[in-house]
Design a protein around this ligand. Structure first.
Ligand SMILES: C[S@@+](CC[C@H](N)C(=O)[O-])C[C@H]1O[C@@H](n2cnc3c(N)ncnc32)[C@H](O)[C@@H]1O
Length: 209
């Protein structure tokens, strides 16, 4: 699949993948200027490459977490697709500010230590996995950091929206939703929010219970 991207450098051909609402996400990135960026679910790099290209202008780096096992929806198996991702990143000229963690997202979160400025959640799209990713990774986001999610409201991925809604309601996060005009054929919206200090306190409290 070839996607058209209104990225900052439109002459560069888009990488196959699903960078839905790329314009809006890149606008948020531009506004926030995050340096420590993490992407859960990178596949071949369609979302990682434009973000890495944008953030390198202010010395940001993007860590991509993916199993690269060859199945889009869930984890399992050896990272056999890691080479394709690395080649795409290299050919796009962003290898210097992209880091790779080939592991299940929740496992990778256990070893993460840096406060995150931008977290993009696009790995396993089941309800349980999205909730697990949010619980595992949002505590690593710094106060004022940005969280972004893809495929909210996707008609074939019914777990995504309830997972975001439940997590955000539980921790007092005000979720913004954006749908393109005309709407995406699968009714997808991109969701995003700023993580406030109060949310992080609520998450830490829940963890200690
Ligand atoms: C929808 S694709 C990501 C699309 C990508 N962001 C893009 O724009 O093209 C989902 C990705 O999540 C990865 N994935 C699925 N479950 C995962 C898990 N538990 N941990 C890490 N990666 C996972 C898959 O290997 C796949 O590459």
């Amino acid at each position: 699949m070839r996607l058209t991207l209104a990225a900052t450098e439109p002459e560069i051909e888009a990488t196959p993948g699903w960078f839905n609402h790329g314009d809006r996400i890149l606008a948020l990135v531009e506004q926030q200027k995050p340096r420590v960026c993490v992407e859960l679910g990178s596949w071949m790099g369609a979302s990682a490459i434009p973000v890495a290209r944008a953030i390198r202008r202010w010395s940001g780096a993007l860590t991509c977490v993916d199993t690269w096992s060859g199945t889009v929806g869930h984890a399992g198996g050896a990272p056999m697709m890691v080479w394709s991702f690395a080649r795409n990143v290299f050919e796009a000229g962003v290898a210097g500010n992209v880091r790779m963690i080939a592991a299940p997202s929740v496992e990778a979160a256990r070893w993460w230590r840096e406060p995150i400025d931008y977290l993009y959640v696009d790995a396993d799209h089941s309800y349980e996995a999205v909730i697990a990713d949010l619980h595992a990774w949002v505590p690593h986001v710094r106060p004022g950091g940005l969280i972004v999610g893809d495929d909210y409201g996707h008609r074939n991925l019914p777990g995504v929206a309830p997972a975001w809604d439940e997590f955000c309601a539980q921790h007092g996060i005000r979720l913004e939703r954006h749908q393109s005009v005309p709407p995406h054929p699968d009714r997808i919206e991109v969701v995003y929010a700023t993580v406030e200090e109060s949310c992080l306190i609520s998450l830490k409290k829940k963890r200690s219970q």
